[in-house]
Write a protein that binds this ligand. Structure first.
Ligand SMILES: NC(=O)c1ccc[n+]([C@@H]2O[C@H](COP(=O)([O-])OP(=O)(O)OC[C@H]3O[C@@H](n4cnc5c(N)ncnc54)[C@H](OP(=O)(O)O)[C@@H]3O)[C@@H](O)[C@H]2O)c1
Length: 143
């Protein structure tokens, strides 16, 4: 890939996260980040996206270790809003590979839950959803 493509994916994840962290007050009621299961499964063809998502996981853990509350959701495939809703071919490809879809109602319930119950006892615990089922010879990722 070109450096331009790499930066286009990485910059919103890394600089966007740091900019919000630096500019927003520390005492907000909640700070919720939406990241991706790519950070966990590192699916083929999405190396930079997976890396940016891993950065967000690490940033949430770092921030929580400083008692600066950041909640992060690692999402799978969101079906009816967002990027995959606008890119049906990619959504169908991911569905064939075994990813489990999350619709808007489930997504808003997950967001509500993450805000109301931000933490387990473990500050570096991650909230992961939509992993689905791995399919031999079809899935482009491994667990
Ligand atoms: N959709 C999914 O299935 C899915 C699955 C897993 C994780 N996620 C995560 O959920 C988050 C949102 O995904 P999405 O599907 O809603 O994406 P999206 O529809 O592409 O929306 C991305 C949003 O980010 C903004 N943005 C992009 N680049 C930016 C930049 N350089 N500076 C400031 N704002 C920028 C866009 O602003 P404009 O509207 O102004 O362009 C838009 O509001 C992402 O972190 C993604 O990794 C999504």
């Amino acid at each position: 890939m070109t450096l331009e493509d790499y930066n286009a994916v990485m910059n919103p994840k890394v600089h966007g996260t740091w900019n919000l962290h630096n500019q927003l007050p520390e005492d907000m009621d909640f700070f919720l980040m939406l990241s991706s299961v790519s950070s966990i499964i590192r699916n083929a063809t999405q190396a930079v996206y997976a890396t940016g998502s891993t950065f967000m996981d690490a940033f949430a853990a770092y921030s929580n270790s400083l008692s600066l509350l950041k909640v992060e959701l690692d999402l799978g495939m969101v079906t009816d809003i967002g990027y995959l809703a606008d890119n049906k071919d990619l959504a169908q490809s991911m569905e064939r590979q075994g990813f489990e879809g999350t619709n808007e109602a489930k997504l808003t319930a997950l967001i509500q839950s993450a805000i109301v119950q931000p933490h387990t006892q473990d500050p570096v615990a991650q909230k992961v959803t939509g992993l689905g089922t791995w399919k031999p010879s079809v899935s482009l990722h491994s667990f």
